[in-house]
Design a protein around this ligand. Structure first.
Ligand code: ATP
Length: 323
């Protein structure tokens, strides 16, 4: 087997806090093992365009605490076409890159999967705020997003309490309710509404009415965006009572900001693990953490045969704690 010399790194899909910590970890771990690290700008779009640069250890200074991604990201649906994927591989070969680490969400993983199927060794590091990737309990960016959402919910709770209002707050999560569940439980939500489980707006309204009659004259409903918009949910709720309700969409503030310690450490562990596996000649893998242990699973099998499973028992927990 040819000795590996150069590792490429790209970030793709929606940015997530902690992606920079992952880039730093991959680059520094590679450099400390005597390899060269190359950064690919703008995800798969930059890969195909050959927008590739050498990363030195000093370039990794002062990025662990920065949100976003110093390698930028891009949506590039053209990468689903085989001829575009082969162009990407041509560029990697032109730069002498032997293996690629892709940091991103499940869409980005499909890109890494396709490169692996074409014989180019690629490893996926889970970086997405949604926590919706199979093969891992947690993704880089999730913890920061939850904490940003929680900070907003705490503030909203203050005004809800002062003005006896009910707020419907929409958090991110198109396919997965993880952000809504974690932020909702931590913020003492009266109801959490996620795509993984049917909701009953009449029951939620009854619970709020019960609260209003018993001295808690304000409410908080945390809604995952994949269910419906906050405005639509408020309109449904208003049919069952007058809660002086307000609808808020937190939106993109959930993506950015300083990554939490958990995201920085997770990203550092994932990146270094990816490099160590590549050094052992392994590839075609998805990195993750399961039951607090680092794991690497076959990327093709992981994507094709497994799904992220949201822990809906958290919803039952919240139901027990709100009485
Ligand atoms: P997030 O869910 O956090 O936004 P993501 O990685 O799922 O992240 P996507 O926009 O779904 O975001 O995918 C990112 C990029 O990955 C796409 O723009 C495209 O370049 C590539 N990609 C997505 N799906 C495929 C696919 N089936 N085959 C090859 N490449 C793909």
């Amino acid at each position: 087997m040819k000795r590996m010399k150069r590792i490429g790194i790209l970030t793709s899909g929606g940015d997530a806090s902690g992606m920079n910590a992952a880039i730093r970890s991959i680059a520094r771990s590679a450099i400390s093992a005597g390899l060269e690290a190359y950064g690919i700008n703008y995800g798969f779009a930059g890969l195909v365009a050959g927008n590739i640069r050498r990363l030195e250890s000093k370039d990794m200074d002062g990025i662990i605490d920065r949100g976003g991604t110093i390698l930028y990201s891009a949506r590039f649906p053209e990468f689903a076409e085989e001829k575009t994927q082969l162009k990407g591989i041509e560029q990697l070969k032109k730069f002498g890159i032997d293996a690629l680490v892709v940091i991103g969400g499940d869409g980005s993983y499909h890109g890494a999967e396709r490169l692996t199927q074409h014989g180019f060794n690629s490893i996926g590091v889970p970086g997405t705020i949604d926590n919706d990737i199979p093969g891992t309990d947690f993704t880089v960016g999730f913890d920061t997003a939850v904490n940003v959402a929680l900070d907003a919910l705490d503030r909203i709770n203050d005004t809800a309490t002062s003005h006896q209002r009910t707020f419907v707050v929409e958090v991110m999560g198109r396919g997965a309710g993880d952000i809504a569940l974690w932020a909702g439980i931590a913020a003492d939500a009266d109801a959490i509404v996620i795509p993984e489980r049917e909701y009953d707006v009449k029951k939620i309204a009854e619970h709020l009415k019960h609260n209003y009659e018993n001295g808690k004259d304000h409410g908080l409903i945390v809604l995952a965006e994949g269910v419906m918009s906050a405005a639509d949910f408020k309109a449904e709720l208003d049919q069952y009572g007058d809660f002086d309700s307000r609808a808020i969409t937190l939106g993109h503030i959930q993506r950015g900001g300083r990554p939490t310690a958990k995201d920085r450490v997770l990203a550092s562990m994932f990146g270094d693990y990816a490099v160590r596996l590549l050094l052992e000649g392994k590839g075609g893998l998805a990195i993750g953490i399961r039951d607090n242990k680092l794991v690497a699973t076959d990327i093709i099998d992981t994507l094709e045969n497994h799904k992220h499973i949201t822990d809906v028992s958290l919803l039952d927990l919240n139901d027990r704690l709100r009485f």
